[in-house]
Ligand binder design. Structure first.
Ligand SMILES: *[C@@H]1O[C@H](CO)[C@@H](O)[C@H](O)[C@H]1NC(C)=O
Ligand SMILES: *[C@@H]1O[C@H](CO)[C@@H](O)[C@H](O)[C@H]1NC(C)=O
Ligand SMILES: *[C@@H]1O[C@H](CO)[C@@H](O)[C@H](O)[C@H]1NC(C)=O
Ligand SMILES: *[C@@H]1O[C@H](CO)[C@@H](O)[C@H](O)[C@H]1NC(C)=O
Ligand SMILES: *[C@@H]1O[C@H](CO)[C@@H](O)[C@H](O)[C@H]1NC(C)=O
Ligand SMILES: *[C@@H]1O[C@H](CO)[C@@H](O)[C@H](O)[C@H]1NC(C)=O
Ligand SMILES: *[C@@H]1O[C@H](CO)[C@@H](O)[C@H](O)[C@H]1NC(C)=O
Ligand SMILES: *[C@@H]1O[C@H](CO)[C@@H](O)[C@H](O)[C@H]1NC(C)=O
Ligand SMILES: *[C@@H]1O[C@H](CO)[C@@H](O)[C@H](O)[C@H]1NC(C)=O
Ligand SMILES: *[C@@H]1O[C@H](CO)[C@@H](O)[C@H](O)[C@H]1NC(C)=O
Ligand SMILES: *[C@@H]1O[C@H](CO)[C@@H](O)[C@H](O)[C@H]1NC(C)=O
Ligand SMILES: *[C@@H]1O[C@H](CO)[C@@H](O)[C@H](O)[C@H]1NC(C)=O
Length: 569
C-alpha cells in the first residue's frame, strides 16, 4: 500500500513536470491516420552482424540501433550512419535476450539463462554491472518514465516491475499471477511490453492472441485489444506513436498492425504469408521507429532486421540493399534540424566513430576484431578473425563441436563418473565432502566405462551403495548408510553393539525389576478376578446369599418368638 501511494505521488509529480512533447529514450513519431510504409523493406542487419534468430531491437532518439546478438554473445550497436556495428558489448558467457536504453543513456539487457540476470551499462561505461537476478530471463525489458524496470517473464506468465533505491531493489508483479490463463488477471506467455507516460502497461499476450492493458496499480486488465474477425496470432512486440496509437508485431500472422480510430489496420507484411522476400516477414519479434518514422522490424526466422520506409521518406533511388544508401537517402530527405550531432553521441556512447571500423573505444585503441572483443570460442578453441566477412572461425579441440565449440561431445567429461546432481534424499549423511569421482575410460567416441570409488555404483557412479540393504539393526535402531559402511543408530544409550543388539547391565536390572513388578501385578489381578468369579459362581450357581441368609435367620428368629408367644397364650 505504502509503495503504491509513493508511486502515485511520484507519478503526480512526474506528470506535473512533463509536458506533452516529452520524448523519452525512444522515438514516438507522429503519423497521419493515412500514413503508409513502403511494403518492400531493405535489410539493415543480417546474420553476419546479429547472428541467428535475433529477437529484440531498440532504436534510441539518436537513431543508434541496439540489437542483442544471441549467437554472438553480445549487444551490437550501430550509430546512425554505421553499416556495420561499431559498438560490441560482450555478455559472455551467456547470450543476451532483450535490450532497453533509458533516458540517461544507460542500457539494460536481460540474459538468456535460467536463473537469469539483468546487466546494466551505465552511459559511457566500459563494463556492465549485474543489477538484478531474475528467476527466468526477460523476453522484453522496459524502463518507464520514473525509472522502474519492467520484465516480461514469458515462461512464468507474468510481468514484474522493479524499483531501485540506491542499490536496494524492490520487485513486484504488475500483471499475471504465475499461472497461464486467459482471465483479465492472467497472461499466457507474455512477450513485448510497453509502458506509456501515464504508466499504463500494455502487454503483448502472445498465448492469448491479445493485447492486455493494465492501468497503473491494477492487476486486472482494464481492456483487452484485438479484432474478432481478424484475430492476432501471438502478438510479440508493441510500441506506441506520439498520438497513443499502438504498433503491434503480429508474429504468427507475419505482419505489423497499427491501431487506428475504431480498430486495427495492417501496416506491412499484409499478405499474411511467411517468406523471405523483401515484402515478407517470418516470425517477426519486435519493432522500433527511428526519428523519421521509418519502421524497423526484427525478422527472427529470416535472421535479419528489416527497415520499412515511411512512404514520404522513401528515397527516390534505392539501388541496393545496403544500409549506406539508405542513410544517405534518408538524411538528405529530412530537415537539417534533426541531423545528428556526432559530438553529442560520443558523450552518450563509448563507441565513438574512430578512423576506421576495425578499432573502437573512446581512445580508438581497442580492436573491433570479433575474436578479441567477443572471445566467442569456448572450451579453449582457437579463434581466427575473418575481417572481410566481419566474422570469425572457432577451431575446436578434439571432442568439441558447434559454431563456438560450445558442445562437449567427449565421452569422458570431467564429471562423467561422479554423483553430481543426484539428490541423496534418503541418505542422511552429507556426501558433498566425499570425493566420489571415479575414473572414466573412453572406449570409443561415444562410450565410456566408469570405475567407481568404493561406496559408489551405477553406470556413472551416480548411486551411493546402500550398505543398509543387507544390514539388520535390532531394538528399533535406525540404519544409516555411510560412505563405506553402515551404522545402526540405537534409540537410547541403553543399547550398544554394532546392531544395537546388546543391552547394558543397568538396563538388565531395570528390566528384571520391571518384569518382576509386572508379574506381581498380573498375579494380583488374576487372584482378584478369580475371587470375583468365585463369588458369582456361589451366588448364581448354588443360591448362596450370605447376606440374605442372615436376614431370613433373623426373621425365623422373630417368628419363633411369636410362635412361642402364641403357644404361651
Ligand atoms: C493524409 O491526410 C492528411 C490530412 O488528414 C493530408 O494532408 C495528407 O495529404 C494525406 N496524405 C496522403 C499520403 O494521402
Ligand atoms: C550480410 O550483409 C553484408 C553486407 O551488408 C554482406 O556482405 C554479407 O554477405 C551478408 N551476410 C549474409 C550471411 O547474408
Ligand atoms: C574500464 O573503466 C575502468 C574505470 O572506469 C578502467 O579502470 C578500466 O581500465 C577500463 N577498461 C577498459 C578495457 O577500458
Ligand atoms: C530509499 O532507501 C532509504 C534507506 O534505505 C529510505 O530512507 C528512503 O525512504 C528510500 N526512498 C524511497 C523513495 O523509497
Ligand atoms: C492465478 O489465478 C487463477 C484464476 O484465479 C487461479 O486458478 C490460479 O491458481 C492462480 N495462480 C496462482 C499461481 O496463484
Ligand atoms: C478487423 O479485421 C478485418 C479484416 O482485416 C477488417 O476489415 C476490420 O476493419 C477489422 N475491424 C476492426 C474493428 O479493426
Ligand atoms: C586505450 O587508451 C587508454 C588511454 O590512453 C588507456 O587507458 C587504455 O588502457 C588503452 N586500452 C587498451 C586496450 O590499450
Ligand atoms: C572469410 O569469409 C569469406 C566470406 O564468407 C570467405 O569467402 C573467406 O574464405 C573467409 N576467409 C577465411 C580466411 O576463412
Ligand atoms: C591453437 O593455436 C596454437 C598455436 O597456433 C596451436 O598450438 C594449437 O594446437 C591450436 N589449437 C587448436 C585447437 O587448433
Ligand atoms: C557435433 O557432432 C555430432 C556427432 O559427432 C553431430 O551429431 C552434431 O550434429 C554436431 N553438431 C554440430 C553443431 O556440428
Ligand atoms: C580402457 O579400456 C580399454 C578397453 O577396455 C583398455 O584396453 C584400457 O587399458 C583401458 N584404459 C584404462 C586407463 O583403464
Ligand atoms: C546385499 O546382498 C546382495 C545379495 O546377497 C548382494 O548382491 C549385495 O552386494 C549386498 N549388498 C551389500 C552392500 O553388501
Amino acid at each position: 500500500m505504502l509503495h503504491v501511494h509513493r508511486d502515485i505521488f511520484i507519478l503526480i509529480i512526474f506528470l506535473c513536470i512533463i509536458d506533452d512533447t516529452l520524448g523519452g529514450s525512444f522515438n514516438q513519431p507522429k503519423f497521419d491516420d493515412n500514413a503508409t510504409w513502403n511494403p518492400n523493406a531493405i535489410t539493415v542487419a543480417n546474420s553476419s552482424s546479429v547472428g541467428t534468430a535475433p529477437t529484440n531491437l531498440f532504436i534510441d532518439t539518436n537513431n543508434a540501433r541496439y540489437i542483442p546478438a544471441f549467437g554472438l554473445y553480445s549487444i551490437q550497436i550501430w550509430l546512425e550512419r554505421d553499416t556495420i556495428p561499431t559498438g560490441t558489448y560482450s555478455t559472455l558467457p551467456d547470450s543476451p535476450q532483450s535490450v532497453f536504453v533509458s533516458d540517461d543513456g544507460a542500457f539494460y539487457t536481460s540474459i538468456n539463462s535460467n536463473p537469469s540476470y539483468i546487466l546494466k551499462w551505465a552511459s559511457a561505461a566500459n563494463h556492465s554491472i549485474n543489477i538484478l537476478s531474475t528467476d527466468v530471463s526477460c523476453y522484453s525489458l522496459f524502463v518507464d518514465a520514473v525509472n522502474n524496470l519492467y520484465c516480461s517473464m514469458n515462461t512464468l506468465h507474468l510481468v514484474t516491475k522493479t524499483s531501485f533505491n540506491n542499490s536496494v531493489s524492490l520487485t513486484k508483479t504488475v500483471a499475471g499471477n504465475g499461472s497461464n490463463g486467459s482471465l483479465s488477471s492472467t497472461l499466457n506467455k507474455p512477450r513485448g511490453i510497453f509502458v506509456d507516460r501515464y504508466l499504463t502497461l500494455y502487454v503483448a499476450d502472445c498465448g492469448n492472441n491479445r493485447i492486455a492493458v493494465f492501468q497503473f496499480g491494477q492487476l486486472n486488465a482494464s481492456s483487452i485489444l484485438g479484432n474478432l474477425t481478424d484475430p492476432f496470432k501471438c502478438p510479440s512486440g508493441i510500441t506506441m506513436d506520439a498520438d497513443g496509437n499502438l504498433f503491434i508485431v503480429d508474429c504468427n500472422n507475419f505482419r505489423i498492425v497499427r491501431s487506428i480510430p475504431g480498430g486495427f489496420s495492417c501496416v506491412v507484411g499484409c499478405t499474411g504469408a511467411a517468406g523471405s522476400s523483401s515484402d515478407k516477414l517470418n516470425q517477426p519479434a519486435a519493432l522500433s521507429f527511428d526519428s523519421y518514422g521509418n519502421l524497423y522490424v526484427v525478422d527472427t526466422y529470416n535472421n535479419r532486421v528489416q527497415k520499412f520506409f515511411l512512404t514520404e521518406n522513401m528515397p527516390t533511388t534505392l539501388s541496393s540493399n545496403t544500409a549506406q544508401a539508405d542513410f544517405t537517402a534518408t538524411t538528405s530527405d529530412d530537415s537539417p534540424t534533426i541531423l545528428i550531432n556526432t559530438q553529442q553521441i560520443s558523450t552518450v556512447f563509448r563507441a565513438s566513430p574512430c578512423a576506421n571500423s576495425s578499432i573502437i573505444g573512446s581512445h580508438c585503441n581497442i580492436t573491433s576484431a570479433p575474436c578479441q572483443i567477443l572471445q566467442p570460442c569456448k572450451n579453449s578453441a582457437n579463434c581466427t578473425n575473418n575481417i572481410t566477412a566481419y566474422n570469425y572461425i572457432c577451431s575446436c579441440l578434439p571432442g568439441f563441436n558447434g559454431t563456438h565449440c560450445e558442445f562437449d561431445r567427449r565421452p569422458c567429461k570431467p564429471n562423467t563418473c561422479s554423483n553430481h546432481g543426484v539428490h541423496l534424499t534418503h541418505f542422511s549423511i552429507t556426501t558433498t565432502s566425499i570425493s566420489c569421482v571415479g575414473t572414466c575410460n573412453a572406449t570409443s567416441d561415444t562410450t565410456f566405462i566408469c570405475r567407481c570409488l568404493a561406496g559408489w555404483q551405477g553406470v556413472q557412479c551416480e548411486l551411493p551403495v546402500d550398505y543398509c540393504a543387507n544390514a539388520t539393526c535390532e531394538n528399533k535402531a535406525v540404519c544409516r548408510s555411510l560412505a563405506n559402511d553402515y551404522k545402526c543408530e540405537c534409540i537410547s544409550e541403553s543399547y550398544t553393539g554394532r546392531h544395537c543388539e546388546q543391552t547394558s547391565s543397568t538396563q538388565v536390572v531395570h528390566q528384571v525389576v520391571t518384569k518382576t513388578i509386572g508379574y506381581i501385578g498380573i498375579v494380583a489381578i488374576i487372584i482378584c478376578a478369580s475371587f470375583i468369579v468365585l463369588m458369582d459362581i456361589l451366588k448364581f450357581g448354588f443360591g448362596m446369599y450370605p447376606e440374605e441368609k442372615k436376614s431370613t435367620q433373623k426373621q425365623k428368629r422373630k417368628r419363633q418368638v411369636r410362635v412361642r408367644f402364641i403357644y404361651v397364650n
